[in-house]
Write a protein that binds this ligand. Structure first.
Ligand code: XMP
Length: 508
């Protein structure tokens, strides 16, 4: 066993050296193989606050994903209940990136990519509408079940007749009346046409009084979508040259290079090689092929998943811009239970981040880190970032959005959305030759129900606010300041006892 230090020219030889160094750093003593070492999940730790002069609104969450700049460090998972064209478009509006899942048919996936890329920044293209003669009780139903308080009223020809703002409706006494009686008629509405630029729309929503929404109508007066002030005011449409930031997943098969090329021609910003075991020759070779194909284009290559330093080094060396970490922690994942293999997320991120810093110190170009799996709350996000992740990927968090495939396709079942692992019995059956290997029969994932939280714009800004709040509590203005604080400050992370964990959550 190499125990001297990282002298080898070949970084790949150094995984065990880095492993030794990491354990020495965290335990303060040398350890040898054979003894199970303490590795922690995100929920095992909490972050110590620090003197701060920073308000919760100040921290910036911008991050470089290879050559692509994102405003927030969030990727939505390429899963068949999570990211399709609708969620990918919405993720882009918030400055993150949705990774459209790999459908078996390349044409189908590319059509979704194309659709997401056509999306106009922050435009809600298909709002839920009512007709003039529908009743007030139907408007209440939309408010109660979907949470939408702005309901366009359209005719059979798609022409906009008006908008019902539910705050103006006296529901209790007028349930059976037609909505037309309560709507603001089209002639009194502020609106824009389909040619109006986003900048102009943003200016109006920012500055005009009584202008919280702007419906878009075409030359015939048909409704073409609606802009909401909440979505638009802080959006930065110039961030990616005005086009949405959209990603797509491929697998390790050589034939998927053609699919990736087609995606890049359409304008995707991220290609994710999606595998449950990324530290293997086919994935490494796929990274190399992609690297060669992408050349100097502004496309971020993501590969994974791995849960060991060796895998991270190999994928970095092959040319990945980002490496996805996580084997076993996903909320729909049964890999650890089924196979006995996996790794707790906090220690995994911290260890790989240690390897990254050390190798970079030696002059190596290393891939950024994506924490993937068990990132379910804003607190999980902050802890993952603090441990060294550059970005997070989440499935459960985003299946909750009205833009998820699950909600768009299947709606609610008993008030919840369907969420299933890509290696669940159900998903394997439907997609027998998917990313988890041809002919795979034993499931490594489960299927269940997840919480539904409504459209991204009604809750995701609060998630971002809480993540910024986490940075502010430690006096950090950026993600790298948070990481520096945690690495350099004695006691920055606390290990929770069962009582501590209980205290960490509300108990009323
Ligand atoms: P969260 O916790 O965000 O996790 O819901 C999403 C991540 O879980 C991975 N994934 C799976 N892992 N069996 C697994 O072992 C599965 O069936 C499965 N499906 C998804 C994936 O990395 C995703 O991003």
């Amino acid at each position: 066993m190499m125990r001297k230090g990282i002298e080898s020219k070949d970084i790949l030889m150094s995984a065990q050296v880095l492993e030794h160094r990491y354990w020495e750093w965290v335990l303060g003593r040398e350890v040898g193989p054979g003894y199970p070492l303490p590795a922690y999940a995100l929920s095992d730790v909490t972050i110590m606050p620090w003197h701060s002069t920073i308000s919760p609104y100040e921290p910036v969450l911008d991050v470089n994903a290879g050559p692509v700049r994102l405003k927030v460090p969030f990727l939505s998972a390429p899963m068949d209940t999570v990211t399709g064209e609708v969620l990918a478009a919405a993720m882009s509006d918030f400055g993150g990136c949705g990774i459209i899942y790999r459908s078996r048919k390349a044409d189908e996936q590319l059509a979704w990519v194309e659709h997401a890329l056509r999306h106009k920044t922050c435009l809600v293209e298909k709002p839920i509408c009512l007709k003039r003669d529908d009743t007030v009780s139907e408007a209440q139903m939309i408010l109660d079940t979907k949470g939408f308080s702005t309901i366009p009223i359209v005719g059979d020809d798609g022409k906009l007749d008006g908008i019902v703002f539910t705050r103006d409706v006296n529901f209790r006494w007028h349930m059976d009346e037609p909505v037309s009686k309560w709507m603001m008629p089209v002639k009194r509405l502020k609106k824009v046409d389909t040619r109006t630029s986003f900048l102009k729309i943003q200016k109006r929503l920012r500055n005009e009084q009584q202008c919280s929404v702007l419906p878009v109508v075409d030359d015939e007066g048909r409704l073409a979508g609606i802009y909401f002030m909440k979505d638009v005011v802080d959006a930065d449409p110039s961030a990616h040259g005005g086009k949405p930031t959209v990603g797509m997943a491929i697998n390790e098969g050589q034939e998927d290079i053609a699919r990736a090329r087609a995606g890049i021609d359409l304008g995707v910003s991220m290609i994710v090689i999606d595998s449950s075991h990324g530290n293997c020759i086919p994935v490494i070779e796929q990274v190399k092929r992609l690297r060669e194909m992408v050349g100097s284009k502004k496309v971020c290559i993501v590969a994974g998943n791995v849960a060991d330093i060796d895998g991270y080094l190999r994928l970095s060396e092959a040319g990945a811009d980002l490496v996805k970490l996580g084997v076993g922690p996903g909320s729909i994942c049964s890999t650890s239970e089924g196979t006995g293999v996996g790794y707790p997320m906090f220690t995994l991120i911290q260890k790989i981040s240690f390897a990254k810093r050390t190798a970079e110190g030696l002059g190596y170009r290393m891939a950024g880190i994506v924490a993937d799996g068990s990132i379910n709350t804003p607190g999980d996000v902050v802890k993952a970032l603090s441990a060294g992740a550059d970005l997070v990927m989440a499935g459960k968090m985003f299946v909750a959005a009205s833009e998820s495939i699950s909600y768009v396709k299947f709606g609610l079942k008993d008030g919840k959305v369907i969420y299933r692992g890509m290696a669940s019995k159900e998903a394997i059956k439907e997609r027998n030759a998917g990313r988890y290997g041809k002919g795979k029969r034993a499931p490594e994932g489960v299927s269940g129900r997840g919480e539904w939280r409504g459209p991204l714009r009604t809750w995701f800004p609060q998630t971002l606010e809480l993540v910024r709040g986490g940075l502010a509590h430690t006096g950090s203005r950026t993600i790298s300041e948070l990481q520096k604080y945690c690495i350099e400050t004695l006691g920055a992370w606390a290990l929770l006892t069962p009582a501590g964990r209980e205290q960490n959550a509300p108990r009323v």
